[in-house]
Design a protein around this ligand. Structure first.
Ligand code: SME
Length: 177
C-alpha cells in the first residue's frame, strides 16, 4: 500500500520572513494522525511534520517523562543526549515548572545541556495530559533569538492538539511511547 500524505498547504511563509501558520499545522496534524492509533508512529509524524514546516531549525524532538527523567523519543537532527533529569537543562526545567521555556541564547542559560553544538536558541514546550507532564517538545535553532512569543504560543497550540489526539487513543499517557 502506498502512503498518501494529506495534501499539505505549506504552513510556512516561504519568503524571507519566518512566520509559521501554527493553526494550519494543528489542523494538518489532526488529519495526519486521525486514522492511526499507534502512539509511536503518531509521535514520529508530529516530529516529521514540524521539522519539515518550521524553518531555521537544527533539531526538533520529543522527550518522554519516565519516572523522574526525560528520555529521548522521536526526533529529527543529530543524535542527542538520552536522559535528562527533571529540573536540569532547559527541558528538565520546563517539565518541572510545567511551562514553556524560550531561550534566546543558550550560552546565557545557566545549566543548558548542549547536545548539538550548533544549537544557539531553544524553545521547550511541556506536553501535559490530565494535569500532569508526560514529556516535552524541544526545538533548537542555530540562530540567536530564532523563537518569538508567537512561536511559543503556536507550538503550545500544536502540542495541546497533539495531546488531545493521543488522549483519544489512550486514557493514561504516562510513558506513552
Ligand atoms: N538543550 C537541552 C537538551 C536537549 S538537546 O538540545 C536536544 C536542554 O538543555 O535541556
Amino acid at each position: 500500500m502506498t502512503f498518501k500524505p494529506p495534501a499539505l498547504l505549506h504552513a510556512t511563509d516561504r519568503s524571507e520572513k519566518v512566520t509559521v501558520n501554527y493553526e494550519l499545522l494543528a489542523r494538518q496534524l489532526d488529519v495526519l494522525l486521525a486514522d492511526e492509533t499507534d502512539l509511536l508512529a503518531n509521535s514520529a509524524n508530529l516530529v516529521g511534520l514540524l521539522f519539515a514546516e518550521i524553518p531555521r531549525l537544527n533539531w526538533l524532538g520529543i522527550y518522554v517523562l519516565r519516572g523522574s527523567e526525560l528520555v529521548l523519543g522521536p526526533f529529527q537532527g543529530k543524535p542527542a543526549c538520552v536522559r535528562i533529569p527533571l529540573g536540569q537543562g532547559v527541558c528538565g526545567r520546563a517539565a518541572q515548572r510545567m511551562e514553556s521555556l524560550l531561550v534566546a541564547d543558550v550560552n546565557e542559560f545557566s545549566g543548558h545541556i548542549s547536545c548539538d553544538p550548533a544549537s544557539v536558541s531553544e524553545l521547550v514546550v511541556p506536553l501535559i495530559s490530565a494535569g500532569r507532564v508526560i514529556g516535552v517538545l524541544d526545538v533548537d535553532s542555530p540562530h540567536k533569538r530564532r523563537f518569538s512569543i508567537d512561536d511559543q504560543r503556536g507550538l503550545e497550540l500544536v502540542c495541546a492538539c497533539f495531546v488531545r489526539l493521543l488522549e483519544r487513543q489512550r486514557d493514561d499517557l504516562q510513558n506513552f511511547i
